[in-house]
Ligand binder design. Structure first.
Ligand SMILES: Cc1ncc(COP(=O)(O)O)c(C=O)c1O
Length: 386
């Protein structure tokens, strides 16, 4: 596809890879194939697809596209981010031990600490800010290290290379949740990770109009296992949802650029505001992970959290007073959102686990959209001061 000897750039691949799927009419965009089943020519010949749970051309277009953006060999698009995580947990067997960060997404924590613990997997949740904690938690049963960076909601940065080095020493695999940055800003395979997952609900789709997920593999061996599990469990993304994500992914690079510009302006405003105690944004020089983020990321992203200078009641008042920022969970859409981890995104963690992770009643999480930064700052100023 490349017009020269040079490999195609990221934003060109996001527009073109996998998209050409219409031999009949040569449509410029991928058609939606809303069919559960496909006709066979005879009992031994079909056109590459037999049943949509196992594979579908629209979903395949998205899968080829994301695999290319992450730099993997294959991808499976799933119906939610949680189903992508569920898929990867089926690589393991009862008794296997997995080490994860203590400040991961609340839904992932619940899936690990409750659902998969009941099914016999064992988990340790550690502060991954210091990779030595990973070595200390490792046991002979350890099979995987789960990485989420930046972490949710406090934007702690995990040194991916340091973790994958430890994993190689231990002979275990690493799986990274790359939802918060997207491959436009961070590609975990470049730092030694084995499997990458996303909630495509977020930046990859980018328009808050679909839920989806994906699992990207670096090796054929993992790719085959993942494809088998997604089919066996029936977790594939619907063709229509895959089509929406494919439409969104084409504008990923310019969207991330706009998201980040507004985020940096808002973070600087919040850092200077007397009603704000602390800002968690890796783009600020004061953030403890700033230098590491500069090294392993291509940008600082558009997620941030802050602690208000006041109590939980004041934090909730601020959240009710914004006009442009919508009070809603989720993230990564073009519209800016605010939410309250204590009662919303991280309510599925126990109070003790939230405390351990540093989430308090003062913490507000922000997903900065692509609106003009001046409008966002004016809205936040009025919410903080009213
Ligand atoms: C970092 C992260 N991973 C995974 C998920 C789960 O994704 P989904 O809601 O699409 O199932 C979320 C959802 O917010 C998330 O923030």
């Amino acid at each position: 596809m490349s017009p020269s000897d040079q490999p195609l750039h990221f934003q060109t691949r996001s527009v073109h890879i996998g998209v050409d799927k219409d031999p009949s009419y040569k449509s410029a965009t991928t058609p939606i194939y809303p069919t559960s089943t496909f006709r066979w020519d005879d009992c031994q010949t079909n056109a590459g697809y037999d049943y949509t749970r196992s594979g579908n051309p629209t979903r395949a277009a998205l899968e080829e596209n994301i695999a290319s953006l992450e730099g993997g060999v294959s991808c499976r698009a799933t119906c939610t981010g949680m189903s992508a995580i569920t898929t990867t947990m089926h690589l393991f067997e009862p008794g296997d031990h997995i080490i994860a960060g203590h400040d991961i997404y609340g839904g992932t924590y619940r899936l690990f600490a409750d659902v998969f613990t009941k099914m016999g997997l064992k988990f340790s949740f550690v502060n991954m800010g210091d990779p030595a904690n990973i070595r200390a938690a490792a046991t002979p049963e350890t099979k995987c290290i789960w990485i989420e960076t930046p972490s949710n909601p406090l934007l702690n940065i995990v040194d991916i290379k340091a973790v994958t080095d430890i994993a190689k020493d231990l002979g275990v695999i690493t799986i990274a949740d790359n939802t918060f940055l997207s491959p436009a800003l961070q590609r975990p395979f470049e730092h030694g990770v084995d499997i990458v997952i996303h909630s495509t609900t977020k930046y990859l789709n980018g328009h808050s109009d679909v839920v989806g997920g994906c699992v990207v593999s670096k090796t054929e061996e993992h790719g085959e296992k993942i494809a088998y599990i997604v089919n066996a469990l029936g977790l594939g993304n619907s063709p229509f949802d895959a089509w929406l994500v494919l439409r969104g992914v084409k504008t990923l690079a310019p969207r991330m650029k706009a998201h980040q510009e507004s985020a940096m302006a808002l973070a600087r405003f919040l850092a200077d505001h007397p009603k704000v105690e602390k800002v968690y944004y890796p783009g600020l020089e004061s953030h403890p992970g700033h230098e590491l983020a500069k090294r392993q990321q291509d940008g600082f992203g558009a997620m941030m959290s802050f602690d208000v200078a006041g109590d939980g009641e004041y934090a909730q008042k601020v959240l009710s007073n914004t006009k442009l920022f919508q009070l809603a969970e989720s993230l990564g859409g073009v519209e800016s959102l605010v939410e309250y981890p204590e009662l919303m995104s991280h309510a599925s963690m126990t109070a003790a686990a939230r405390k351990e992770a540093g989430i308090s009643e003062k913490t507000i999480r922000v997903s900065v959209g692509i609106e003009h930064p001046d409008d966002l700052i004016a809205d936040m100023k009025s919410a903080l001061e009213s």
